[in-house]
Design a protein around this ligand. Sequence first.
Ligand code: GAL
Length: 379
Amino acid sequence: MSLRRTKVVAALAGVALLAAGLTACSSERETTPEETSGSGGAAVAGGELIGIAMPTKSLERWNKDGAHLEELLEDAGYETTLQYADNKVDQQITQIQNMINLDPAVLVIASIDGTALGPVLQQAADAGIKIVAYDRLINETENVDYYATFDNYKVGQLQGEFIVDALDLDNAAGPFNLEPFAGSPDDNNAKFFFSGAWDVLSPYVESGKLVVPSGKAPASNDDWASIGIQGWLSDTAQSEMQNRLNSFYGSDKVDVVLSPNDSLALGIEQALESSGYAVGTDWPIVTGQDADQANVVNMLAGRQSMTVWKDTRTLGDQVATMVDQIVKGETVTVNDEETYDNGVKVVPTYLLPPQVVTADTVQSALVDSGFYKASDLGL
Ligand code: GAL
């Protein structure tokens, strides 16, 4: 460990002790002081330290997000402290409090529960710290200065349109059996994903071209949380899919599963396999999001039809730029000042475009761009 890193670890360990050892109760090792990553001792005294709070290490994308943003900021001369919260809201709040004590210039936060951070962000605002919501909007507080994300509604729309095209819903006779899923009810993005997809698919459900044998089709977009999978857990999605297959499918087969992201898709694919579905015969269309490595491998094996890829490097680039603009007192670049109302105000946002990747475009989109090495994917 370098001297610079030792210094910040020591400082963070002190703060963690002050926080009554709360982080030490963590079940996720990376949140202990020793595992905290960061750079430079000088910034601990104030100045250009940037705090980065990420939700969990258990999903691949957040690991990539955190590492990339940290690297960009350090290359630009900032000091950083990066914390992961094991998907536990209290843990994230404690981590943010610890960061506030280090007097950062900006906090970049990918929240777990977007409605739970109001009080701690008031502390940050009182200390003059600016807040950037990363990927997920933070709700019910005026103390969120900017938001950067991918176009979340568009993610769902791309999934819905993929299904319409893949089944040729405008021409085929149907009906086709659909099982829809939605993301974590506490994640502000999940309702956008569902709305984007359901605005495309629900007309076909109403016309009878798509049938939902389990009955788990929300009555409206607003009811999406009734089919939400808390914490985006693969295991929960797997047992939910297994239950639906066991209870509502006899000789009938499911033709298509709307999965909002890759972690859910993994569980769904596991349930399909356990129920005897086979690639090349009756394996259904399964959607996803994030281009996680295991899912890309599954796409190449025919177990997943598509993923919506959000090149997290571009989000990191954008957020690093915004942070730099904030610190330098420059105008912060945004491109959407209408969509993301957090209940208190419309948060100025920078939206990035997501894109569909299928087995056919893995090489051109994910490998040629350097997002994965061919060997990561068995290519
Ligand atoms: C969302 C995020 C998705 C997905 C999901 C689970 O908020 O936008 O990309 O990763 O969380 O972590």
